[in-house]
Design a protein around this ligand. Structure first.
Ligand code: NDP
Ligand SMILES: CCCCCC/C=C/C(=O)O
Length: 468
């Protein structure tokens, strides 16, 4: 059994209580991680506050160099990170190495470069006899809470911009997936002074303590809309900045002129990658009525061709028994009108679920409007461009979307009307480090990645100097 420890002020620290964590591919326990209480979380914030006094004075050049060193360490330790990530998630190994671990190193390199170009304004005389400067400064100590769907990469998305901007941090991984974040934290200790990067594990008590504590001036969470709303409400008591990357229910709007087989395969991949546990995954296909039946059948074929579980899998398991039960709950409550064209049930060992395509559903059905976070895709026909836009925009989520057509006018008009933080045209889920990632409405506020994500971890100060 592996016994993990918190990382506080540069040291591994035991906790008084622990939580088990499991391999979702088999359901077997892997080890235990600390179940941190408010005192442990408080110690981490104290360490981060002490470290901030000197870390905030580092130059962009120094911060760049530190991030580049950490990126190099990630590459040098890719096998350790991969073992920890795959153990807690059951993800396919080769894809995880390329698309999450090595990509995480690249994303850190992006922030390493970006921190050298983000700046305030030069001295300007807005008032005669006075010079003004607008400075971008780090916020201070930040509290960061990550989810279990991409545990390593979401930790990168949090620590990269925070450290690039000159903040110190305390990060809590989800209780089912602590391991790779602690390996990352351990690597960070080889680069950063004690207290700059602190990792505390735990469940809801630790999460609440992260948000309630009065040291951090910002809390950033990636998770469900429910968790985001709770965090926002709790954070309002201490007037913290909140940065929320929450749920999604991404539509793919497909017009009648597409290549049906190719488009269906690409959409199936974007729906079922990571077993659909992805806030940008395609979850709703809105397809022109002229090709509805043929396209739904092509999606079902593409879904059935995917391999679930095993070393050469296209998709691994759901992350926990609770998540499997949540997905099964949606299936058990399907309305009478729904037709399951492929999949629909658990399979194999652990928490695997078949890629599932459901036709015959309506906009008001729960399976169409609520985030499921599993390999479940619904199909709805539309008659006109206007109806497609209305259906696409018709849920409370607004993170990601795509439109598929060869017609330039159609994709331009529709992409302008789609009310989402990201719109992809004839593709889905293309997420380079340079592009802002974040939604509107119940999908949250603030951006990850990009210079906008880096700026979210800064505050603006106005400094005015008299010429006297
Ligand atoms: N946008 C996204 O990427 C994600 C969306 N989800 C959605 O959430 C659904 C349920 O999954 P669930 O596991 O409950 O996900 P949560 O949103 O509850 O968990 C995500 C992270 O938030 C933490 N957390 C949850 N509630 C609070 C709180 N009130 N205060 C502080 N931290 C909190 C969790 O900690 P702990 O480990 O203690 O639970 C975890 O680290 C999924 O089906 C999916 O729809 C889930 C994960 C990611
Ligand atoms: C390897 C593709 C990763 C895309 C990650 C974007 C989604 C983030 C989230 O679900 O929070």
């Amino acid at each position: 059994m592996i016994q993990l420890q918190n990382i506080i002020n540069g040291e591994s620290v035991c906790a008084t209580a622990s939580l088990p964590f499991f391999d979702p591919a088999t359901g077997q326990q892997i080890g235990t991680a600390p179940d941190s209480d408010a005192a442990a979380v408080g110690a981490a914030f104290q360490a981060a506050a002490a470290a901030f006094k000197s870390y905030k004075r580092t130059t962009p050049g120094t911060r760049q160099s530190l991030l580049l060193q950490l990126a190099d360490l990630i590459e040098a330790n890719v096998d350790r990170l991969l073992e920890a990530e795959v153990a807690c998630t059951g993800k396919p190994s080769a894809l995880t190495k390329e698309l999450e671990i090595l990509r995480g190193a690249d994303q850190l390199r992006f922030f390493a470069g970006a921190c050298r170009v983000v700046s305030g304004t030069a001295q300007t005389e807005y008032v005669e006899g006075f010079s003004s400067t607008i400075r971008r400064e780090p916020i201070g100590v930040v509290a960061q809470i990550t989810p279990w769907n991409y545990p390593f990469m979401m930790a990168i998305w949090k620590i990269g911009p925070a450290l690039a901007a000159g903040n110190t941090l305390v990060l809590k991984p989800a209780d089912t997936t602590p391991w790779s974040t602690l390996v990352l934290g351990e690597l960070a200790q080889q680069v950063y002074p004690a207290g700059v990067v602190n990792i505390v594990c735990g469940g809801r008590e630790a999460g609440a303590a992260m948000v309630d504590h009065d040291i951090p001036e910002m809390v950033s969470i990636t998770g469900s809309t429910r968790a985001g709303a709770q965090v926002m409400s709790a954070a309002s008591k201490t007037l913290k900045d909140v940065h929320l990357e929450l749920g999604g229910k991404a539509p793919a709007v497909v017009f009648a002129d597409v290549d049906i087989q190719r488009t269906a395969s690409e959409i199936a991949l974007a729906a079922f990658f990571n077993a659909g546990q992805d806030c940008t995954a395609v979850t709703r296909v809105l397809v022109h009525q002229d090709i509805h039946t043929e396209f739904a059948a092509a999606l079902a074929d593409a879904a059935s061709a995917l391999k679930v579980g095993g070393s050469d899998a296209d998709l691994g398991p759901l992350n926990s028994a609770a998540q499997l039960e949540r997905v099964e709950g949606f299936m058990s409550r399907l309305p009478a009108n729904a037709r399951v064209l492929s999949g629909g049930k658990r399979t194999g060992t652990g928490f695997h679920f078949e890629p599932t395509v459901i036709d015959g559903v309506f906009q008001s059905d729960e399976v169409v409007c609520d985030e499921i976070f599993g390999p479940v895709l619904t199909v709805q026909p539309f008659a006109t461009e206007e109806e497609a836009i209305e259906l696409a925009n018709g849920t409370k989520y607004a993170l990601a979307s795509s439109v598929w057509s060869e017609n330039h006018g159609v994709v331009t008009r529709v992409s302008n009307e789609l009310d989402f933080g990201a719109v992809w045209i004839n593709c889905h889920q293309v997420i380079p480090a340079e592009a802002p990632h974040g939604g509107f409405k119940h999908s949250g506020t603030g951006k990850d990645l990009s210079v906008y994500g880096l700026e979210d971890y800064t505050r603006i100060k106005s400094v005015t100097t008299s010429h006297r």
